[in-house]
Write a protein of this length. Structure first.
Lengths: 341, 341
DNA sequence: CTGTTAGCGCTTTCAT
DNA sequence: ATGAAAGCGCTAACAG
């Protein structure tokens, strides 16, 4: 018959000292003699008191050592995506090193109110699907760091997407090319399709539109025009959606010479489809990716891409949050010219 | 100049009702008239009170809606591993559906004491690297569900690893074969090596040893003997460690006819190495994996493996925790015979 | 260096 | 249906 969990008060009573002393023994070693402290700690161990109740500490101190990572989408999707998981890796490593804990928060949740009162801060990776969260985050009194998008007045971490896209496209394109683009979340549609003249989504803020800008600038410099029927919209960076687009582009006549892809995942799917169809890459078809995931270096031929160190991004975001950094940062990317152009 | 955050007490004062009434308006609709409730809620919205402070609720109610997922290893490694991330997906989907939040907890942490006081329960995926956590978990008063290992008296979810390994090996092996095994965490070594006669790790409890049992039973049935110098130990299911083992096995003379791999990740690395060396799979070398990750179906040739639905496992674990299930469950697996045997 | 005490913000009997 | 009041378990002034 186990008795109910010991409280600090119980312990104080048993050891014949005040509650403050017990509390100090655990939290403020400088407030009592080393000897007394060790004595208390060992007594506690003996009677099975493992330290102050954390729930009470959270209420009392107002901090919990928990950081919420708000993802753009459902946790389930984000964990599957190699780019997001690299980011999570970076965050978690940094947090663990500082004794903080990681709460994963879905970007399609209703609200952040469930946790805002007890977490120590938010890292927000990508614009959450439920845009309401953005306004909650922006008025929250807890620290917020955003990544791959921006909230006015909050610190942010980004790369220069326009420049990355421009550079990789410049490498891939030749005058006279017939070029197609596999874009991400360009319009408001749940399925893969060409954008035609559908209204564009978040043109100002989305990283996809910055990448598109870069591609188009590079194309224009080579005198290439890319019409809207050559631009595909994929709702997510997912093989499943890429399959459809790949089928369409590989079956079109005349077939494009180059396909610029806004993520490695979709580029890799296209590459595989092309290979299975006996289309030679890069001789008959050039492909570029974006992100620099590990798998891009394992494909044959190896994928040419823009490598953004997502784990570093995660670590920087965590660092910014922990250090109370206030400014916006642009991280470098690296052009990885490999075998698909 | 924003005033300090409103408390329930402030609101009660302002609206001229008691604190209990405000509390009830938010938590127990049946305790007051619908009209009054709506009135209160709309007033709260107006003055900017978003509801009872969660930290205080946690202390008071003793529940937080947070579930900790204790991973076998560092979060960073686990998020990278496709099997673990599939599992996380399954868990997170189920939890999100029930309004629970997911706290990721590293299996190489010092202790679970940091969070045990406020989480509602633990899902423990694989034996944590720091075995001390196991004893903390087993004496904790919070609900615990284990997966891919066991804690006496706690509910658990597993597959029959011996049987899965036996079946895939039975398919792959022919009398007279020279066979090698790529095992996981068989001995206590941080690097890839053959096991020789090193002391084996956790022989009773580890799923790796169950798989090894299955392989060996299948081999014996075909009259094949597998000596310890044909069994490799890899510290983790990671391409990096597999690379080394692949080099060793592909370079050995005579080269094995079959390599039985305890995970798809390592099997895939071996497959790639073999292909790059011009070794024909399955004609010159047969390979089997374990797990059934997506990539195993994308490789050319496609990998023969034992498919365990990790996402289902995650969902089942979450369900068991939420429903207070007490018993141990064995989930089915599926043999996926594809092209590498 | 140690003890007393007033809350942190809320929920929930128990009376009314 | 509503209100008064007693804590949940702890920390941090403050006083000694």
């Amino acid at each position: 018959m186990k008795k109910t969990k010991l409280t600090l008060k119980d312990v104080a009573l048993q050891l014949g000292v005040s509650t403050a002393t017990i509390s100090n023994a655990f939290n403020r070693p400088d407030q009592l003699s080393k000897a007394k402290r060790e004595e208390i700690l060992s007594q506690c161990q003996k009677i099975g008191y493992t330290g102050p109740n954390k729930a009470a500490q959270i209420l009392r101190k107002g901090t919990s050592n928990i950081v919420a990572l708000v993802l753009a989408d459902s946790i389930s999707y984000m964990v599957r995506d190699p780019v997001a998981s690299k980011f999570i890796q970076g965050v978690s490593e940094k947090l663990q090193k500082h004794g903080k804990h990681l709460l994963l928060y879905a970007g399609d949740s209703e609200t952040i109110l469930d946790v805002v009162d007890f977490v120590d801060g938010f890292i927000c990776y990508g614009a959450p699907r439920n845009t309401h969260l953005i306004s909650e985050l922006s008025t929250s009194s807890k620290p917020v760091v955003t990544v791959d998008f921006d909230i006015e007045g909050k610190p942010a971490i980004n790369i220069d997407n326009e420049k990355g896209a421009y550079e990789v496209a410049s490498h891939a394109l030749k005058t006279g090319d017939n070029v197609a683009i596999f874009g991400l979340r360009l319009i408001d549609s749940p399925s893969t399709c060409r954008i035609y003249d559908n209204p564009l989504l978040d043109v100002e803020s989305s990283i996809s539109h910055r990448r598109l800008d870069g591609y188009i600038r590079a194309a224009q410099e080579k005198g290439i025009d890319i019409s809207n029927e050559k631009i595909w919209h994929l709702p997510e960076s997912d093989r499943h959606f890429a399959r459809q687009a790949a089928k369409e582009v590989l079956g079109s006549v005349p077939r494009p010479d180059v396909v610029l892809c806004m993520s490695d995942v979709i580029a890799l799917e296209l590459l595989q489809q092309a290979t299975d169809l006996g289309i030679k890459v890069p001789e008959e078809l050039r492909i570029t990716g974006f992100d620099g995931i590990d798998e891009a270096d394992r494909s044959r031929p190896r994928l040419t891409t823009v490598c953004q160190a997502s784990d570093t991004k995660g670590a920087e975001a965590a660092k910014a949050l922990l250090n109370g950094v206030e400014d916006k940062r642009i991280l470098p990317f690296e052009l990885n010219i490999r075998e698909t152009v």
